[in-house]
Ligand binder design. Structure first.
Ligand SMILES: Nc1ncnc2c1ncn2[C@@H]1O[C@H](COP(=O)(O)OP(=O)(O)OP(=O)(O)O)[C@@H](O)[C@H]1O
Ligand SMILES: Nc1nc2c(ncn2[C@@H]2O[C@H](COP(=O)(O)O)[C@@H](O)[C@H]2O)c(=O)[nH]1
Length: 304
């Protein structure tokens, strides 16, 4: 290549790199959505968006570290070196649906999983959301544990026996399920969740870490939120103060709690439950995609 052509090619490459960096910055700043960038790449093969690697685009999304970008690419069957402009039609369709589900459509909802250690206040925060935000579907789990005083079948849980729970599993009616605290089984009924999501309604699952991991594997677009206690001492105080478990059961739950607290980096978002109303509002913000913006921001903590 003649010297003058080489210089021009090098200038063009630098300009293209800068343009791609500006696109990434715009997504990070919430000025553009990732879907918008992907659609622009497919509409204009010469534009800067088309030259972006899919991995770069996913890496701009909040909560998606390198490991989760790799997982998403594997699930979408897209090579890590592929550029947006080089995707085939099926890959485009898969990426489009995945981004839509993850970013949400402006003004519509998404699937959020709320997990955290025992007695941190998941049920209290979820109950506050049920009361103040009836637009959000709070999934009612099935469980084999016995009702606590005041708990109502179909409201707090569907209380079933072992045979009933087995039947739910056999019919494929559970989105996820787990034996929690080495004691009872709990699971999320699939049909109401799928129906609500299909209707564009936000869905909140209040489940344990094992269930959260299963949802991540089967629905990678779900947003995983970890509810943190202000301190370990406060967590113990809440568990003991609730007074619904025997000393033996409390000890078993606190053992699980240590494991769950150690896993919080797996989550997309962290919310501290020092105040129920504020923590609930943070979760509601995460459940809602404001019009014109990619994701809500300004929360107290972020996992990554
Ligand atoms: N922000 C808060 N400040 C003080 N107390 C709280 C707060 N949130 C919840 N609590 C109290 O902590 C106790 C445990 O709350 P809750 O039962 O909602 O926890 P949980 O995370 O759902 O527990 P589990 O996983 O064991 O079902 C309750 O007595 C509740 O009233
Ligand atoms: N994997 C799932 N875990 C669930 C579900 N519903 C509730 N849970 C979790 O169980 C524990 C204990 O609850 P408790 O009411 O007995 O105190 C708690 O961590 C819940 O989040 C579910 O459907 N799947």
């Amino acid at each position: 290549m003649p010297e003058v052509d080489r210089a021009a090619a090098s200038r063009a490459a630098v300009a293209a790199r800068r343009a791609r960096a500006a696109v990434k910055e715009a997504v990070r700043a919430g000025e553009r959505t990732a879907i918008d960038v992907a659609e622009a790449a497919w509409a204009a093969p010469e534009g800067p968006e088309a030259g972006m690697r899919v991995a770069e685009l996913l890496g701009t999304l909040r909560g998606l570290g390198p490991k989760r970008v790799d997982d998403a690419l594997e699930m979408l069957r897209i090579s890590p070196v592929k550029r947006l402009g080089g995707l085939g039609h099926l890959q485009r369709d898969r990426l489009r649906s995945w981004l839509r589900a993850r970013e949400g459509v402006a003004g519509r909802g998404r699937l959020v999983v709320l997990a955290g250690p025992t007695a941190v206040g998941k049920g209290t925060v979820a109950g506050y959301i049920r009361e103040h935000h009836p637009d959000v579907l709070l999934s009612v789990s099935a469980t084999t544990r016995a009702p606590r005083p005041g708990e109502r079948d179909g409201v707090h849980y569907y209380f079933v026996d072992d045979a009933g729970f087995d039947a739910l599993i056999d019919r494929g009616d559970l989105l996820e399920w787990a034996t929690v605290h080495n004691a009872s089984r709990y699971g999320t009924p699939r049909p109401p969740v799928e129906a609500a999501l299909a209707a564009g309604r936000s869905v909140l699952l209040e489940i344990d870490l094992q269930g959260a991991r299963q949802v991540r594997a089967s629905m990678p677009e779900a947003l995983l939120v970890f509810l943190q206690p202000p301190s370990w001492e406060e967590l113990v105080r809440r568990l003991v103060g609730r007074g619904t478990e025997s000393a033996e059961e409390q000890a078993r739950r606190l053992e699980t709690a240590r494991v769950e607290l150690a896993a919080q980096d797996e989550f997309d978002e962290l919310v501290v439950n020092d105040d129920v109303r504020r923590a609930a509002q943070e979760v509601v913000d995460l459940l809602t995609v404001p019009s014109g913006a990619a994701r809500p921001s300004g929360r107290a903590g972020s996992a990554r």
